[in-house]
Design a protein around this ligand. Structure first.
Ligand SMILES: [Zn+2]
Length: 383
């Protein structure tokens, strides 16, 4: 990697900067964005409902140069431990009280068991909550044990956890939802009223008819599961949002998180279809500590960033790159823009998106938790 050279070259664009994470730092452009756009607008309390935290010691096999070239996320998805994550929250949300729903890296190059146990402890210590990263092959007993751990409120399935493939991340992209979130797992989640954050499969994203049909089936058969569709169903472009999100409008029990969606049009469509009580703020950090912006062309998008990653082949002019802020700030800017466009100005609505919705749903899981444990104890006693 060209890290050294990039740091050198980058230095000319930096005024006052403090290290954030990986190759990223916090600069005057970010401070200005916070001061001008967010300070007066964001509520005091924030819950980030989609953030990845993992200690690097749980990585089993190293990231390789060829994997970095395969997929842009591989270049930016470096482990962030809980202390660093907490320090970053303080930097990017100055003066705010920030909690989160954290999960590990859904990747078979990690020790998922060890990582789940470690993260649950880290979350309890900080008053955060945790989703356990799971494989579809795991037994009901294993899933139940995870959900019993303090701090764990639910599950984070992912299609890449079906089986290992170091050549491509997309070997299982076209899976059905029940291939990586199988019925035996959903039965346990439903009995516990657990939270599931679902990253939908398929190149066609949420709007693929199989996804919409399977989500409807999941809701019908497992109504106690708190279903949060990640990244607005991967609706990063307006076209994807427009063809998919209206299909979720009529079911008040489906939620979406905003993570990694930088497009104001997508957020506007989500808020129109779901309303501010069903949209949850999420950052998808540490990925969105990346500095840059995203541009759109129909159903495609391109990530622009100031760091010379392999994927970053077409750079913008230095004076434009100098104005970049963090991807997560571009996400916040887009949510704010959508709220302004829709005339969503009531502080209760903004607070719902950034805190109250997640807090309400966490509370539902936590209140059900002892009841589920009680049922198990009663069953044991009657044996
Ligand atoms: Zn994520």
């Amino acid at each position: 990697m060209q890290h050294g050279a990039a740091r050198q070259e980058d230095r000319t664009h930096r005024m006052k900067s403090t290290p954030l994470y990986h190759v990223w730092d916090y600069r005057d452009a970010d401070r200005a964005f916070w001061r001008d756009e967010m300070e007066a607008w964001l509520p005091h309390k924030i819950i980030d409902a989609h953030t990845h935290v993992m200690d690097p010691r749980f990585r089993l096999s190293p990231m390789t140069e060829s994997m970095r070239r395969q997929y842009w996320v591989n270049e930016v998805f470096e482990c962030i431990d809980a202390d660093t994550a907490e320090r970053c929250h303080r930097a990017v949300f100055p003066g705010r009280q920030v909690g989160c729903i954290a999960f590990g890296f859904p990747d078979l190059d990690f020790d998922l068991d060890g990582g789940n146990t470690w993260l649950a402890e880290q979350c309890v210590r900080r008053g955060w909550h945790n989703l356990a990263v799971i494989r579809p092959q795991w037994s009901q007993a294993a899933i139940a044990r995870l959900l019993d751990q303090p701090g764990v409120i639910g599950l984070k399935p992912y299609y890449a956890l079906i089986s290992e493939n170091r050549e491509t991340r997309d070997a299982h992209l076209e899976s059905g939802i029940f291939d990586f979130l199988p019925h035996h797992v959903l039965e346990v989640a439903n009995a516990r009223g657990a939270w599931v954050t679902l990253h939908v499969p398929k190149a066609a994203r949420l709007g693929h008819p199989d996804n919409l049909r399977e989500i409807a089936e999941l809701r019908r058969r497992y109504p106690n599961v708190i279903l949060v569709i990640a990244h607005l169903g991967r609706s990063y472009t307006e076209a994807h949002a427009r063809e998919a999100l209206p299909a979720l409008a009529d079911d008040p029990g489906i939620y979406c998180d905003t993570s990694a969606v930088l497009n104001p049009a997508s957020h506007r469509i989500a808020l129109e279809c779901l309303g501010p009580r069903r949209v949850l703020y999420g950052s998808d950090n540490p990925i969105c500590y990346m500095r840059g912006r995203r541009q759109y062309d129909g159903r495609a998008y391109i990530n622009r960033t100031s760091y010379p990653f392999h994927f970053n082949r077409t750079r913008e002019a230095p004076e434009i790159e100098a104005q970049y802020t963090l991807f997560m700030y571009e996400d916040l800017r887009a949510i704010k823009q959508a709220c302004v466009d829709l005339g969503l100005t009531a502080s209760e609505d903004i607070q719902a998106i950034f805190h109250d919705n997640a807090a309400r749903l966490i509370d539902m899981v936590v209140r059900r938790k002892p009841a589920a444990e009680r049922r198990i104890e009663e069953a044991d006693a009657s044996r």
